[in-house]
Design a protein around this ligand. Structure first.
Ligand code: FE
Length: 335
């Protein structure tokens, strides 16, 4: 009897430990905590699964996962930009996710071709311009930004930033290596100054008269419109670049399930949850990003940026071309 009791205690303790283990998920997130917290709170509330959140820059999480190797406790890596997601797939970080729900909800253009990651929110890389110094008719898509009429007028951050690497990669996929390089060369010739600061700083530099046209991510504009900086938009216009060949460049934030995930089922549940209507609403209303799912109501301040024509390129293509894009930027002297 004594032995049976000990046996039972051992079995129960194993079961209990396993149960605790199965009720959590370890999330490595390159998204800022305040952006992701409302989503996590709702997921925990609805599923009873505890989310252990580690937040750091994308490059730091990348290094950490490499360092931890097979012993990494990470289940899900959440990061922004197809370039960062591609770097993770290039290191074999992810395992494919077999999910009818994700297959149904996420369009192929917003996920990895082998289902190694799924897009969760969208951002457009668009133009803010001076209403006094630029006529709207002068703006004709991305390619046209290399035209000498814009000499000393363009503001854009460094090419070391993944947003620009993805934009260059998109140009390569659209126009081929040579034409994309000519474009980048022309663009650099049109810079109003050496690249400095982040996207918000480019917008402020128009207001300060340093340049006329800034290339920035859409959510920064909404964030500034919601802040004390709102008044600078009285003299600024917003334009979604698009021409006959190329629509507006969109990028994503997304997530993948790690190959050594200790809690793969919970990791999959978390990623599925992030595509739910409720989660997509939070992305739109808290982060001012566009949903990856159609027919989700977006807030007024996102609507007022304007209508756009999204380019047809699959977003995973940007990642594949990112190394080429970095080298191209170096060759044309885009700092
Ligand atoms: Fe950003």
């Amino acid at each position: 009897m004594k032995y049976i009791n000990i046996f039972l205690i051992i079995i129960l303790s194993i079961f209990y430990t396993a149960k605790c283990w199965s009720n959590q998920v370890n999330l490595y997130s390159a998204r800022k905590e305040h952006l992701i917290k409302p989503l996590i709170d709702l997921f925990e509330y609805e599923t009873g699964i505890k989310v252990n959140l580690v937040t750091a820059k994308s490059s730091q999480l990348h290094q950490r996962i490499l360092r931890e190797g097979k012993n990494s406790p990470a289940d899900v890596l959440l990061t922004s930009d197809a370039g960062n997601l591609w770097k993770a797939t290039d290191e074999n970080f992810f395992q494919p996710i077999y999910s009818n729900l994700l297959d149904k909800r996420i369009k192929p253009k917003f996920r990895d071709e082998n289902n190694l990651w799924f897009g969760l929110s969208l951002r457009a890389r668009i133009i803010v311009y001076s209403l006094d110094r630029v006529k709207k008719e002068e703006l004709k898509g991305y390619e046209h930004l290399s035209n000498p009429i814009f000499k000393n007028r363009i503001l854009i951050r460094s090419s070391s930033n993944v947003y620009n690497q993805s934009l260059i990669a998109h140009m390569i996929s659209k126009y081929g290596d040579e034409k994309a390089e000519l474009w980048a060369k022309g663009l650099v010739n049109n810079f109003a100054r050496d690249p400095a600061g982040g996207d918000r700083d480019q917008i402020k530099a128009i207001a300060a008269g340093i340049g006329d046209i800034a290339v920035v991510n859409s959510y920064y504009i909404v964030n500034m419109l919601n802040s004390d900086n709102k008044s600078i938009f009285n003299s600024l216009g917003i334009y979604f670049p698009s021409d006959k060949k190329m629509g507006t460049h969109f990028n994503i934030s997304g997530a993948g399930l790690l190959i050594n995930a200790p809690n793969p089922d919970n990791g999959k549940k978390l990623i599925e949850f992030l595509t739910s209507d409720k989660a997509q609403l939070i992305y739109a209303h808290n982060n001012f990003e566009y949903p990856v799912i159609d027919n989700i109501e977006i807030p007024e301040n996102l609507k007022m940026l304007g209508k756009y024509e999204e380019d047809s390129t699959n977003i995973y293509e940007y990642g594949k071309l990112s190394f080429k894009a970095i080298k191209l930027a170096d060759r044309v002297g885009w700092k």
